[in-house]
Write a protein of this length. Sequence first.
Length: 220
Amino acid sequence: MDGSASEPDSDPMQFLIATKLHMTQRYDGDRAVATTVLRVAPCTVTQVKTVQQDGYAAVQVASGERRGVNRALLGHFGGKKFRFAREVRVADPAAVPAVGDCMDAATFKPGDRVTIVAVSKGKGFAGVVKRHHFHGHNATHGTKDQVRMPGSIGGGGRAGGRVIKGMRMAGRMGSDRVTVKNLTVVATDPAAQIIELRGAVPGARGAVVEIRSYNGYWVA
């Protein structure tokens, strides 16, 4: 992840790995608001990377548990069999927690703003109308079997008679790493390790979701 970040605020650095459970709704006054429920497994800081040693500043967080872990990972994780591990670059190395520190659902409070990163639902092979929102051809005046066709993709004197890179065409849709910023935490249940966010979160039920504090600590 490359890019620049703004100056960090006074909040401590926060990062969690969660699992998407389902969507529901809450009432904000007289208005129903869609929310997403996430289950957080306790997350442990397994590695802190520095500019002097690794060339960049980052923090690695792991959570969950599994049976089969090779000896290299077992040694890296300090003898624990973590299932998931995520690494994110940080803009302020001084705010990074120490190795072994643990974070859970109590890290966030209602009203906090967070950034969500997850893999979106896979939709398989899709045409240009669904994938790129083409409006299609006219269905009258002699048009036959061309309503959802992509049309010309180049050729002739355009770009030397070849298809240029980035041409919007049919292909696999979904299963992309998606970032959604500025979502609000509406409720937390530390005992059940539940965090409820306002709005939609990418991915299907059971998808692994990264929850980051919405401040300048993270490099976008």
